[in-house]
Design a protein around this ligand. Structure first.
Ligand code: SF4
Length: 243
């Protein structure tokens, strides 16, 4: 959990005023948007000297947006502390929500295969999501994925920003439109710009491709094969950058 420091211990002027709790770190990026949850904003939960384990621990009890009510648990990013590649998806799915680990469901298995075909070892890759709780709608007994909205993405963003700041990946890959638009701007179009590297302060090399779940949703086997081939080709460009 984040170390709490009492108000009386504040000694420095705080440019963020009451938005940041004394004893917690400054945000590496601007854009403070409050979530609609009933807990403190994420920026107040981030430890003063964050490490990945401390960050993961602090995120367990996050209630900064409403999604904590829907998901079973916070599903934080996983991978090596100094991973060369960071893959950022939209949010954990049903299987990830139950398991508590990112990219372990059907889309994660497809991602494993694509990484292997592209020549990238998954154990060298850090995987995470822009939103750490599963957003879903009931359909009968099933929990159907629902897209996170801008408030939820903005509320959760400091977790991702801090993951990026700690891991410092050489290559950051956005998986799908939600991650790409959250990190590269609303005008980024995955359909047109996938596989290209774009200038970004987030990492030395930044690119985007589709989310593996979109391949699973392809209407027939031929389309799935074609989409898989294009996905692997995008990842091969990442592998080529790694050298
Ligand atoms: S989605 Fe993110 S901001 Fe919202 S409660 Fe979960 S961890 Fe916190």
């Amino acid at each position: 959990m984040a170390k709490r420091v009492s108000k009386t211990s504040r000694t420095q002027p705080d440019p963020e005023g009451s938005k940041r709790r004394p004893g917690t770190t400054k945000r590496p990026f601007a854009d403070l948007t409050p979530g609609a949850g009933d807990g403190p904003p994420v920026v107040e939960l981030i430890p003063e000297k964050p490490t990945l384990p401390a960050l993961r621990d602090a995120a367990k009890d996050c209630r900064a947006c409403d999604l904590y009510r829907r998901g079973t648990r916070t599903v934080f990013g996983e991978g090596p502390r100094k991973a060369d590649v960071m893959l950022v998806g939209e949010q954990p799915g049903d299987a990830e929500d139950l398991a508590g680990h990112p990219f372990v469901g059907p889309a994660g298995k497809l991602l494993d295969r694509a990484l292997e075909e592209a020549g990238i070892e998954r154990k060298l890759v850090y995987v995470t999501n822009v939103v750490k709780h599963f957003k879903w709608e009931p359909r009968g007994k099933r929990r159907i994925h629902a897209k996170p909205n801008g408030t939820e993405i903005a509320a959760c963003r400091p977790w991702l920003e801090t993951e990026i700041a700690l891991v410092k990946p050489r290559i950051l890959v956005c998986l799908g439109a939600t991650a790409a638009q959250a990190l590269l701007g609303k005008s980024f179009k995955v359909t047109k710009q996938r596989g290209t590297f774009v200038p970004s302060p987030l990492a030395p090399r930044v690119t985007a491709t589709v989310h593996p779940s979109s391949i699973l949703r392809a209407p027939d086997e031929a389309s799935r094969r074609d989409e898989m081939r294009r996905f692997v080709a995008d990842l091969e460009r990442v592998a080529a950058e790694l050298g």
